[in-house]
Design a protein around this ligand. Sequence first.
Ligand code: ZN
Ligand code: ZN
Ligand code: ZN
Length: 138
Amino acid sequence: MSIDNTVKILQNKGYKMTHRRNEIISYFSESDGYRTAKNLYEHMEDKFPGISYDTVYRNLHLFHDLNILESTSLNAEKHFRLNCSDHHHHHFICSTCGKTKKINICPMDDIGNMLKGYTIDDHKFEVYGLCPDCQKVS
Ligand SMILES: [Zn+2]
Ligand SMILES: [Zn+2]
Ligand SMILES: [Zn+2]
């Protein structure tokens, strides 16, 4: 998802793109993977000394509610990343650094056949493990 896109989504819902919100989006767009609320807060504190955790947290959840960010649970903690708005795909997620890699096939193509007569609203498919860089460290 591009920054232009997020500005549009915010405006459609009556929210302004502020400096702080813009910084949150830049942070996630440069992260290339999943980050926690704490990771984001530490980054925001550097850029806006004295900013409250509450402000960061509220904006994080606003973005999540607006589907600008998607979330997953990694190591029992909630992690966020920019929603991939392009063509449908899934992710490998590194459980150490949060980096993601696209998986361009969808298991639902096969599973759909096993659920004849059922309606499917949504699905989630994620693969967890260590990325090549994180394997070198250990
Ligand atoms: Zn993606
Ligand atoms: Zn990794
Ligand atoms: Zn799928």
